[in-house]
Design a protein around this ligand. Sequence first.
Ligand code: AVI
Length: 320
Amino acid sequence: RPPAYATSRLARSHTAHGGFARDFVEGLAAHPRRLAPKYFYDTAGSALFDHICALPEYYPTRTEIGILRACSEDIAACIGPGAQIVEFGAGSVLKIRLLLDALHSPAGFIPIDISGEHLHAAAAALQRDYPAIPIEPVVGDFTAPITLPACPAGARRVGFFPGSSLGNFEPDDAIRFLRHAAENLHGGGMLIGIDLVKDPARLHAAYNDAAGVTAAFNRNVLVRAQRELGAELAPERFAHYAFYNAPLRRIEMHLVSETSQRIVVLGRRFDFTPGDTLHTENSYKYTIDDFRELARSAGYSPGACWCDPDRSFSLHWLAM
Ligand code: AVI
C-alpha cells in the first residue's frame, strides 16, 4: 500500500484564508460589529486554543476525554468495524487517538481543519503512531461545502465532531451544518461532543481563565489582522470580555475598546469609542433533550448519549 499520509492537490487548494479580508471589513462595518470565530485559528491561535484546553478552568476537553476513555467500547460498538472517520475541526488530532485505539480495523481517518500548518504537523505525528491507518488531512473550512477524498469500497463513513464546536454555530447554522455533514457521510452516522447547560459561575470561569490565555486567544484575531491584512490597530487597547448570556444559553466573547481609537484596514476606517465591542464568538450550551431535538430536526436519529458523572459534558451517537 502507498504511504497513506498524502495531501491531495484539492485539499491544498482550500486555503481557508481567502475570506478573512472581506469578513473582517464587513464585520467592522456591521452593527453590532462581529467576526466569525473560525478566524481565531491561525497557527498562533490554534496553539493558544491547545493551551486553553489544558487550563484548569476549561473543563470541556478533559471531561470529554474522560468520557471517551470510560465509554470507548460502547462508542466503538455504535460506530462498528471498518469505518472511515471524518473529523470536523480536528485541531491537534488528540481525541481521535482514543477512538482509533478502541475501533475495530478502521478503514481510514480524514481530519479536516482550517489551520493548515498545525493540521499537517499533527497528522504526520498521528500517521507515525498509526502506520496501518490511511490518514488524509484536508485543509479547509468545514462551515462551507468541502470535497473529501474517496471512501474505500465497502467502508462506512462516520463523522466525529468533538469539543462542542457545534456550539460555536448559531442554532440554525448548526442544523444546516449537520444536514450538509449528513450528505458527506452517506448514512454512516456521527459522534458529536456537546457542552451542557450548567452553573453560570463555572461557565464564566472557563472563559475567563486566571492566566489570561483566553484573552490572548481572543485578541489574537486582531494580531492576525495586523499581520495578514496590514491593519493599523492596537490589540492591547482591546479588552477580553466573556460572559454567560443565560436567556440565550451561550457564552459570548467580545473585544471591548478601552480607548477612543481607529482601525484602518484595506483603505477603510472604523472608529471606536470606549466600550464599543467587536463580538467574536458565541459558545452555545445545550440540555441533552434540546440537543437531541436539534439533531432530529437536522434529519438524524439520536441514539446513545454518554456523560461524565457531573453531567457537565455529553457525547452523542447520531444515526441517520
Ligand atoms: C472550539 N470551541 C468549542 C471553544 C468553545 O469553548 O467554544 C472555543 C473557545 N473559546 C474560548 N475558549 C474556547
